[in-house]
Design a protein around this ligand. Structure first.
Ligand SMILES: [Zn+2]
Length: 188
């Protein structure tokens, strides 16, 4: 019979070097993570959302391609495994990441998740943008994200909303995104 996990001994879930990383032997079966990201919008820049280029007069000011929901998703995946955030792994001062396709960043984060013995159960993404309406694009966004994560489409949710003209997103000064993920252990 499988020994029940004792939630009162969290120290055993970490390696002896004290790095705070999860040790495989006693790692929890499930881990949850959330991520949030914002980018300012400016005229004449490309607007890339979940790997899909959106027709619009404005795009994101960013060191990378400014794919806000993919950054939130990376942060959610990293957060689920307590691996820090996207800025720690891909510094925005680094020339290596200037203008980089965020799908490449997401691929690298997925490798980290896999290396630590976890896989995605599901991801739920909410994009907040006043204009244009993203509903015509959300199916393509889901397909793009599922393709990068190499998972079934049913595991990826992409939703879009506005803030009814309130706040910085409502004034069309920026775009923001939330992502929530659940991971499960893929190895003993
Ligand atoms: Zn970002």
């Amino acid at each position: 019979m499988k020994k029940p996990e004792n939630i009162m001994t969290p120290a055993k879930e970490h390696d002896s070097a004290g790095s705070g990383e999860i040790a495989a032997a006693s790692a929890p079966q499930y881990r949850i993570g959330n991520g949030y990201d914002v980018h300012a919008l400016a005229k004449g820049l490309p607007l890339i959302v979940c790997g899909v280029e959106i027709e619009h007069s404005k795009g994101c000011i960013a060191h990378s391609d400014g794919d806000t929901p993919l950054h939130a998703l990376c942060d959610a995946l990293l957060g689920a495994l307590a691996l820090g955030d996207i800025g720690k792994h891909f510094p925005d001062k680094s020339e290596e990441y200037r203008g980089i396709d965020s799908k490449i960043l997401l691929t690298k984060v997925c490798e980290m998740v896999k290396d630590r013995g976890y896989r995605l159960v599901n991801a739920d993404i909410t994009i907040i943008l006043q204009s244009p309406r993203l509903s015509p694009y959300t199916d393509r966004m889901r397909q793009t994200v599922a393709g990068v994560l190499n998972c079934d489409l049913s595991r990826i949710s992409v939703k879009a909303t506005t803030t009814e003209h309130l706040g910085f997103t409502g004034r069309e000064e920026g775009i923001s995104a939330f992502a929530t993920v659940l991971l499960e252990r893929s190895s003993a």
